[in-house]
Each structure stands twice: as C-alpha cells, then as structure tokens.
Ligand binder design. Structure first.
Ligand SMILES: CSCCC(=O)C(=O)COP(=O)(O)O
Ligand SMILES: [Mg+2]
Length: 238
C-alpha cells in the first residue's frame, strides 16, 4: 500500500531522546545531574517507600551487588533498566522544581505537537525514561508546559522498546488500531519492533546529534518533514 492509499494517521507515538529532545541534552545535562544526585537520594531517602521499592528491584535483578554500584554500572552502560529510570526521575524532580533543569526541545517540536493536538490527533509518549520523568520533561520546557498535548505516557512498564510485544501492549492500553498509529524514533531497532506490531514508522535523524539514517524506514529531519511525508497538518500553515 502506498502512502497515498493508506488510511490517515490518527495517532502519533513519540520517543523522547533523539526524537523530540536532543541526545546532547539527555547525555550532557540530565544524566550527569542524576549521576551526581543519586548517592544522596539513596543515603537520605532509603526508607521512602518509593525508593525502597526500587532498591528491592535492584537486589532482585543484581543479587548481592550494592545498589549504588549497580546503578553506576547501568549508567556507564546507558542501560534502559526500570529501577535506574525510576530513580533518575525522582532526582530530576528536584532539579526541575529548583529551576536548574529546563528541557530544550528540538526547535521543530513544539509547533508541530501543538498543531497536531489542535487538529485532533492523539499524541502519546513512549520512552525508557519513567512516566514521571516524561511528565517532568514536558512540564518544564523552555517553551512552557507542553504536557497537556499528550493523551498518554508509556515507559518500560510496557516492556522494552525493541520488543514488538511492548507496542501491542500500548495499542491495547490506548485502544488504538495499529494501522492508525505512527511511531517516531531515532533508533532503527525500536522502529523495527513497532513495525512488527503493525504500526507505521518514521526515523527522526539529526546528524548534528550523531543519529544515522537507516534504510528500512522513512526518514525525516524534523516533525515538519514528518507532517509532509504522512499527510499530517503542517505546523507552519496551520
Ligand atoms: C524521560 S526523559 C529521559 C530519557 C531517558 O532517561 C532515556 O533513557 C532516553 O530514553 P528514550 O527511550 O527516550 O530514548
Ligand atoms: Mg530515542
């Protein structure tokens, strides 16, 4: 089926890092902030039930390893592991609250998301970052609180982003039909998994951020280009 003969896109599911937010912001600002703040969180909030639950999960995944050492190993590897992502979200909350952290999205993102939401498209987030971290990031952008454009937020609770089953779980949770949904990500393995679940896909490529175009999915350098390729309302003319 060509693009012209396919049914219209009704929902857009968006990755965060490398898709709406520069990889450089995540790696040069968010991750170092969390690396520095996590030891104090574990020291001072070890009895907080939310922290305790994540420490228990670390012990389950890495028996016998001290929690902080395991977290550091995961951070070194940029591992997308739920307890790390949950604890990072907790320390980022303080950074956003104090105004130290503010999310600078790619410049094409805010106009496109506002335009698509206003036109009635359903927008949702799927990131390895926890749902709490997703809401913080979109609640504290340099262009204000963008969180209300999204109807759903999904994280590793749905499963890994390279597993087709995760996208099927999101379709069930959101009550979406696979063919109505366009998934945007910079990572080909995530797009492959989404396509295997029947979603439409487009790779977002920002060469200035080190992302490389693959050969198996449509490619766009901005959400405005996505709009053109997939017949979505165009942010500059909306
Ligand atoms: C929710 S913001 C921080 C993103 C993050 O922690 C991460 O690991 C990036 O994951 P993504 O799935 O958005 O590429
Ligand atoms: Mg990404």
């Amino acid at each position: 089926m060509t693009q012209a003969t396919r049914p219209p896109v009704r929902a857009v599911l968006l990755d965060i890092e490398g898709t709406t937010i520069p990889v450089s912001f995540v790696h040069a600002t968010l991750f170092p902030y969390a690396r520095k703040a996590l030891p104090a969180l574990l020291r001072t909030h070890a009895d907080d039930p939310a922290v305790k639950a994540q420490i228990a999960e670390i012990a389950h995944l890495a028996p016998g390893v001290p929690p902080l050492r395991q977290l550091e190993a995961w951070m070194d590897a940029d591992a997308k592991v739920a307890p790390l992502k949950a604890l990072q979200g907790m320390v980022w909350a303080q950074g956003y609250a104090e105004g130290v952290l503010k999310a600078a999205l790619y410049p094409d993102v805010v106009p496109a998301l506002r335009c698509w939401a206003a036109a009635g498209l359903s927008l949702a987030v799927y990131s390895s970052g926890s749902v709490a971290a997703q809401k913080l990031i979109y609640g504290h952008t340099t262009e204000g609180d963008l969180s209300s454009v999204f109807v759903g937020f999904y994280d590793l609770e749905m499963g890994g982003k390279r597993d087709a089953e995760s996208y099927r779980r999101i379709l069930d949770a959101a009550r979406w039909q696979a063919g109505d949904v366009l998934f945007l990500s910079d990572v080909v393995a995530e797009l492959d998994a989404a396509a295997a679940a029947g979603l439409r896909t487009c790779q977002i490529v920002h060469p200035e951020d080190g992302t490389q175009p693959g050969t198996t999915h449509p490619v766009a350098g901005s959400l405005a280009e996505v709009a053109m390729r997939f017949g979505l309302p165009h942010p500059e003319v909306a």
